[in-house]
Design a binder for this molecule. Sequence first.
Ligand SMILES: [Zn+2]
Length: 439
Amino acid sequence: MDTTRANALCRYIDASPSAFHAVETAAAMLEAAGAVRLDERKEWKLQPGKAYCLVRDGASLAAFRLGTEPVQETGFALAGAHTDFPGLRARLEKSVVARGVERVAVEAYGGPIHATWLDRPLSLAGRAVVRGEGGRPESRLVNFNRPVAVIPNLAIHFNREMNKGVEYPMNSALLPLVSARPGTAAPGEAPAQSWALRTLAAELGVAPADILAADLGFVDAAPSFLFGAEGELVSAPRIDNLEGCHAILSAFTASGPARHTQVAVLFDNEEIGSGTARGADSSFLRDLVDRICALAGSGPEAAWRALSRSLNVSVDGAQGWHPSHADKFDEEYAPVLNKGPAIKANANVRYATDALGEAAFRACCEEAGVPCQRFRMRADLVPGSTIGPVSSALLGARTIDVGVPMLAMHAARETAGSFDHDSMISALGVFYARGPELL
Ligand SMILES: [Zn+2]
């Protein structure tokens, strides 16, 4: 089995330690494939069959390839994923020093599995705003790209019961340890600037006073890798949902023009409910759809006509069958690693899939020659959700929730199947080629 795409996924993940980086890396992939970068503030001139991309607020991205026929007659083939992931965000200014030992204050972003963040090398990445030319705020990407911290566990001798499960409060037990130099400060004495501020300033080559603000998160510093006899398993941080982003980008860039208009959209803030200016529950995608339709010059009804014949796929991780916890699953609906992408459904529409949508995605898998599975949560448990229900409600377009099965979702490092990533890209390739015709 070919692991080229799984290796490319590892490189994408390693180059994307924050939503900001995930978008920059995606934009570079799209531009390398010939997409023209647009600015939301400027006038657009679009040509049929050409690809474009735009970024909103540094952490959400949309790309589209205008159809060769009028959009109101052919509709959109839309696929979306999210760029953010659960983790620990640094409180930049706060010093936490005791007896010369310094830690960084953090808060949780989304719902990380706390215990998985301990005793592993952590790096720091995100976006900083510094005082630029003429005192104007200037945005800079930050990627330390090396271990700078560890969150040490308590020795087992203080809690012989700890293998039965331990609570790790975010404000005390999960503070990353960054420095222990008792000789450099009086016991308990906080330095003038926090470690995060000092270290960020040094990294950016600016004075601490010139750092105006920053959105920084700790991330696993170890690289992604493949394992298994054929490299059939991927171990990486952020598989949820950079796998979805990379699958969509790979399928989109490999696709050629179609009659319909193809859209790829990567949203920030899914892990915190999508309700932000650049999340799936914002105007971003609807603005794009309306703008494309308005520029097509097809009259005021164009967007409504286009959306009524559109098809949308939300790509996000599925809870894979876990061999150590088989009782948590309904075996009939528990997708197994490397047996193909899963179509996710839920009676209360926490996933947007309906029967017609499911049939459409099954047709994509069949045509691509890849297997396909189903995921439904055990009936007495409530599943998570995705951007699917939100974007389907905002667009009024039929939406299907799909994803590759993965283990340890929301852990600092997750596991998925290399072949499933391959299969997802192939299925999305068919989706982009066929689009609304699938209905
Ligand atoms: Zn997700």
